[in-house]
Structure formats: structure tokens, C-alpha cells
Design a protein around this ligand. Structure first.
Ligand code: GRF
Length: 219
């Protein structure tokens, strides 16, 4: 059986990319990472891709006159690999509406908060400052609304009394490395899809927050 072809977009460390690469190397994997594209040169995620013998490219947004021009070039690079799924893994760019429309239903993102709480930047700081007791991360389909697409899976972590932004970020990241490969696996297995503005898992529309990770089996 042909594996689902994935292109992963990154801007930095790529620890989520690594988790996905690792899970795609399992014998039961139904997906393969066929390319990694970064808008920043010299980042660790590019090294991770090359270490796994995955084609890795840099497309520097600063070399384009505007967002439309960059996104058009990015789309061309991505589509050259004919992916079935585009995975945003710490890709720090706001995407144009036409780019998002082109990949609707076949592009996912991971956002470090319990969406719909804290879309946008500095989520760990904001969760701490607002006195939340729990925090987490959400995988969602990408739509035109920033961090607003339908949620697929969400992992929750406690906020501890002595937490700093860094300690909280680490706790969240550990969970991300579980839920992102799982969401990719669901999509690759045909269990997950996007329709009518919703995420569907095994034929059932997921509700706000998506599937809670704690009650999910790893299979
Ligand atoms: C993660 O926290 C993810 O939620 C956010 O960016 C970070 C990427 O980390 N979108 P990494 O590059 O995968 O290590």
C-alpha cells in the first residue's frame, strides 16, 4: 500500500518533526515524510531532516516582496512533492487565505494551548499570567482563522505552583510529541478527515478541543 506523503514546514528546533519522523519509521507506519521546508536557515529541524535522509529545503521569506509572493513560492515547492498532508510543526508564519484554501482539509497545525484558549503567541506566559490550573496543546486542521480551525486532538497538562514559562513549555512539548504523530497516523489510516468545517474521526464529528488525549488508546 502506498504511504501518505507528508511535507513538514518548520521554522526552528523541529522536535515535533522528529517525533513524526520517528513514528513514520515504525513498521506499522502509513505515512512518510517526503520533504521538510524551513523559512529559516541554520535551524536544528533542518539537521534532523538531513540526518534522516529527508530532502530539506530553505525558503527564506525575507527574499520575497510580500506574503502573497512568499506563499505562492512555498505552494509551488510543497506541491512539487505531491503531498497528501502538509504538517505545520513550529512554522512561524501567518498564511494567506489563498494558501490556506489550497490545502483545506489536508493541512494540520499544532498549537501550544488548550484551544480555543490562547490563540496566537506566548501561550505559556499567558496561561501562567491568567492563573489557569491547566494548559496543553491542540492539533487542528488549518483554516483561514489563525489557530481557529477544528480541533483534532488535545493533550492537557497541569500547571504547577512553581512553574516557569520554560518548565511549562517542556511539559507541553512532551505531550505534543505524543499527539502529533497520533493525529498524523489517524489521517494516514483514513480515520480522520475534514468536512463542512469540522474534524471527523471514525465517522463522528469532533467537538470543541477535539479528542481528549488522556482517553485515547495508542493504536
Ligand atoms: C511547539 O510548541 C508547537 O506547539 C508550536 O511551536 C513549537 C514547535 O516546537 N507550534 P518544535 O520546533 O517542534 O520543537
Amino acid at each position: 500500500m502506498n504511504k501518505l506523503r507528508i511535507v513538514v514546514l518548520i521554522s526552528g528546533s523541529g522536535s515535533n518533526l522528529q517525533a513524526i519522523i520517528d513514528s513514520c519509521q515504525q513498521p506499522e507506519a502509513k505515512a512518510e515524510v517526503v520533504a521538510v521546508i524551513s523559512n529559516r536557515d541554520g535551524v536544528k529541524g533542518l539537521e534532523r531532516a538531513r540526518a534522516a535522509q529527508i530532502p530539506a529545503e530553505v525558503l527564506n521569506h525575507r527574499e520575497y516582496s510580500d506574503r502573497e509572493a512568499f506563499d505562492a513560492a512555498l505552494k509551488q515547492r510543497i506541491d512539487a512533492y505531491q503531498p497528501g498532508l502538509v504538517v505545520l510543526a513550529g512554522f512561524m508564519r501567518i498564511l494567506t487565505a489563498s494558501f490556506v484554501a489550497h490545502y483545506l482539509g489536508r493541512m494540520v497545525n499544532i498549537h501550544p494551548s488548550l484551544l480555543p484558549k490562547f490563540p496566537g503567541l506566548h501561550t505559556h506566559r499567558r496561561a501562567l499570567e491568567s492563573g489557569e490550573q491547566k494548559h496543553g496543546s491542540t492539533v487542528h486542521f488549518v483554516t483561514a482563522e489563525l489557530d481557529g480551525g477544528p480541533a483534532i486532538i488535545q493533550a492537557e497538562v497541569p500547571i504547577l505552583a512553581n512553574d516557569t514559562e520554560e518548565s511549562l513549555a517542556l511539559r507541553v512539548l512532551e505531550q505534543e510529541h505524543q499527539i502529533y504523530p497520533l493525529a498524523v497516523h489517524w489521517f494516514a489510516s483514513g480515520r480522520l478527515h475534514y468536512q463542512h468545517g469540522k474534524a471527523w474521526l471514525d465517522g463522528t464529528a469532533l467537538t470543541e478541543g477535539g479528542h481528549p488525549f488522556s482517553v485515547v488508546s495508542k493504536g
